[in-house]
Design a protein around this ligand. Structure first.
Ligand code: FSX
Length: 371
């Protein structure tokens, strides 16, 4: 493929390659500055990042796609527009990606095997899609079951990035009644570092940001209890939502076309899952920072949380203590504190518990500390 051919023609280090392609240092530093901000690093780290990346050799990456809708790949290709995000994709050697590569059949599989052999113990494995355990025939590539391909390819990987909610938690394929017996990458691979990058699909710059971190520091970023990088998943959508002031004032849209909706009031009562969803949509936004679902008038559906599809109706409000206390200020503070506890509780729940969260949770339950 054209991209691959271009990268193959590049010299050894990333810095040499960027120079050959006419990317000047100022532009590259701007990119690194944006990435350090994204990764919640001090601004002074931009220079360190630029130096580290420039000296690095292009990281070999093998990307496997299993049971999914290809939305994750669609999403990451949005970083291919002529933006600075494109650079980060140029920093890797994408040795196998069966949707994007030109090779097919035996030639494609040969590319994967060759990359595994040449970079044994060093390549980064990216996986999107869940793995069907019910019957190997549900999803195969080149006659190889998803399970076998994952186990075989994971062996020589230095780390694994599970991209999308399907690979991280089972995703939509795992939705009740889970007809294929879908499981996540971490359900199968137990002996490798795994970075979970959920979202259906994930934000492009979050995917490239994880790669930038790996290239810069040679290790995986700090993760939360669900294996997600804290720099991108450390806060809820609600924490950073521009409609939050309306929530705090108790101003809510009751329907999608009422006066309150036109004024941009909070979508909580229309089922927004922002208070229980950890992701960076409200800060990085989508389409080069243009907007995100809440900004376009629809509540968050919580796609980066486990079992979001079975966690109750998308348009039913969460049972949160919006106005549980007397004063408006007190209500806001209580809601904020309760939301934090609720998120932890929600994230660790099983599917049945998640259902119950939406149906039965009380103020007392939300404010109860976890044991
Ligand atoms: Fe799943 Fe991705 Fe949703 Fe689709 O690869 S996270 S269904 S956007 O495509 O895996």
């Amino acid at each position: 493929m054209k991209q691959k051919q271009m990268m193959d023609a590049l010299p050894g280090t990333v810095g040499e390659g960027l120079a050959q392609r006419g990317v000047d240092r100022r532009e590259f530093l701007k990119f690194c500055t944006a990435m350090t901000a994204m990764l919640a690093l001090p601004p002074s780290m931009a220079g360190v990042m630029a130096e580290a990346i420039a000296k690095a050799r292009r990281q070999s990456v093998i990307w496997l796609s299993f049971q999914e809708c290809t939305g994750c790949t669609e999403s990451i290709t949005r970083s291919h527009s002529p933006t600075l995000e494109t650079l980060i994709f140029d920093l890797i050697s994408l040795d196998y990606h069966h949707t994007l590569q030109a090779a097919s059949g035996a030639a494609a599989e040969h590319a994967r095997e060759q990359a595994m052999k040449d970079n044994d113990g060093k390549y980064l494995l990216i996986v999107d899609g869940s793995i069907p355990m019910g019957n190997a025939g549900y999803s195969c590539i080149a006659g190889i079951s998803n399970y076998d391909m994952l186990v075989e390819t994971a062996k020589g990987a230095v780390a694994i990035v599970a991209v999308g909610t399907c690979a991280t938690y089972g995703g939509i394929p795992k939705a009740d009644p889970n007809p294929t017996g879908a499981v996540s990458v971490s359900d199968i691979v137990k002996d490798k570092p795994i970075i979970n990058v959920p979202g259906c699909p994930p934000i492009p710059v979050v995917m490239t940001g994880v790669l930038a971190h790996f290239l810069t520091f040679g290790n995986i970023p700090e993760l939360d209890a669900l294996g997600r990088p804290k720099s991108f998943y450390g806060e809820t959508i609600h924490d950073r939502c521009y409609r939050r002031p309306f929530y705090d004032q108790g101003k809510f849209a009751e329907t999608f076309d009422d006066e309150a909706a036109r004024k941009g009031w909070c979508l909580f009562k229309l089922g927004c899952k922002g208070p229980v969803t950890y992701n960076a949509c409200a800060t990085t936004k989508w389409n080069e920072g243009t907007s995100f679902p809440i900004e376009s008038g629809h509540g968050c559906i919580g796609c980066s949380e486990p079992n979001f599809w079975d966690a109750g109706p998308l348009y039913k409000a969460l049972s949160m203590p919006v106005s549980a206390t007397g004063s408006m200020l007190g209500a806001a503070a209580a809601a904020g504190a309760a939301a934090g506890v609720a998120v932890t509780w929600y994230n660790r729940s099983t599917k049945a518990q998640a259902k119950a969260t939406h149906a039965k949770v009380t103020v007392q339950e939300l404010t109860r500390e976890e044991k």
